[in-house]
Design a protein around this ligand. Structure first.
Ligand SMILES: Nc1ncnc2c1ncn2[C@@H]1O[C@H](COP(=O)(O)OP(=O)(O)OP(=O)(O)O)[C@@H](O)[C@H]1O
Ligand SMILES: [Mg+2]
Length: 288
């Protein structure tokens, strides 16, 4: 089976800044749930934007990205058939990206647009069974009662759950989430991470989620890819990322990643200590 995500020599620089991604390569297999961590400016959003085909890599570079075995961009050119590759890639953003003035239900139904005929897309005409699927997805994420409200009336946590429902209706095989919990309170953050985990474990989605804090990655993601200044500095089991290793990899930037996140009850002393006992307290089983 082809990797779900295959990245080779991916290079991106923006006109106004130095290199954002420095020729990185990695593979993610179908069914993995992977955290993408790194301090601010390390290249997480840039990588996710490139993977979603929203942006090309550097022109003339040997960069290439394949999704489910299909090349979506190479040498800085996005493939002509990107729309069909993108159909099964669900995107979740920190700021939810719902259309505020539309109902929650219509926002979720938008996840289906890629498989509807053009005239129905243009008319926004949905059949009853399609609406039923969208309501079921909203119930699954726990906000079925909000289906007919305007999206703008939902709390941040509810909006993010609606965005996840849209991805479910899309029948996404790969979910790319860019700091989906960065704007949320602890309880909403927990729910969102648990829904992503459920999509991974029950629906078999491959999930790549960027996070600011290592303790959230430890709790939910077996594997972590860590970026620093556009390079991969670690790619392996999340449980092996001890505070000491993070400090070796990141120096002072490690503090940003070791800051206690709102989603776990990880004890602050265990994350700031560098003793071997403290390292063992970062094992998966002890984080809850
Ligand atoms: N549109 C842009 N134009 C110019 N430079 C950019 C743009 N987007 C990102 N950059 C630069 O590219 C580098 C990587 O940025 P990126 O947004 O990918 O980092 P990040 O890891 O997502 O950071 P954060 O945790 O703050 O979201 C940074 O140096 C940033 O300033
Ligand atoms: Mg970002």
């Amino acid at each position: 089976m082809s990797p779900a995500i295959e990245v080779s020599s991916l290079t991106k620089s923006y006109k106004t800044s130095s290199v954002a991604l420095n020729g990185i390569s990695f593979e993610i297999q179908p069914g993995e749930m992977v955290a993408l961590i790194g301090a601010s400016g390390s290249g997480k959003s840039t990588l996710l934007r490139l993977l979603s085909g929203l942006m090309p890599a550097n022109a003339g570079s040997i960069s290439s990205i394949a999704i489910n075995g299909r090349v979506i961009q190479t040498h800085g050119k996005v493939a002509a058939d990107i729309r069909s590759s993108r159909a099964h890639v669900g995107l979740i953003f920190q700021q939810f990206n719902l259309v505020d003035r539309l109902s929650v239900l219509t926002n979720v139904l938008a996840g289906m647009l890629h498989r509807l005929p053009l005239y129905r897309t243009l008319l926004g005409f949905f059949k009853d069974d399609e609406k039923r699927l969208a309501i079921e997805a909203l119930m699954r994420v726990g906000i079925g009662q909000c289906a007919y409200q305007r999206a703008s009336t939902l709390s941040g946590g509810q909006q993010q759950r609606a965005a996840i429902a849209r991805t479910m209706v899309q029948q996404a095989k790969i979910v790319l989430a860019d700091e989906p919990i960065a704007s949320l309170d602890p309880e909403s953050s927990r729910m969102v991470m648990e829904l992503l985990t459920e999509m991974n474990q029950k629906d078999g989605c491959t999930v790549l989620v960027s996070l600011h804090q290592i303790n959230v990655a430890i709790k939910y993601c077996p594997r972590t890819i860590a970026l620093s200044h556009g390079d991969i500095v670690y790619d392996g089991p999340t449980s092996a990322l001890s505070p000491r290793l993070l400090r070796e990899l990141y120096g002072v930037e490690a503090d940003e990643l070791l800051k206690e996140s709102t989603t776990t009850t990880l004890d602050a002393t265990s994350v700031s200590s560098t003793s071997p006992e403290a390292h063992s307290s970062l094992n998966l089983a002890n984080v809850y």
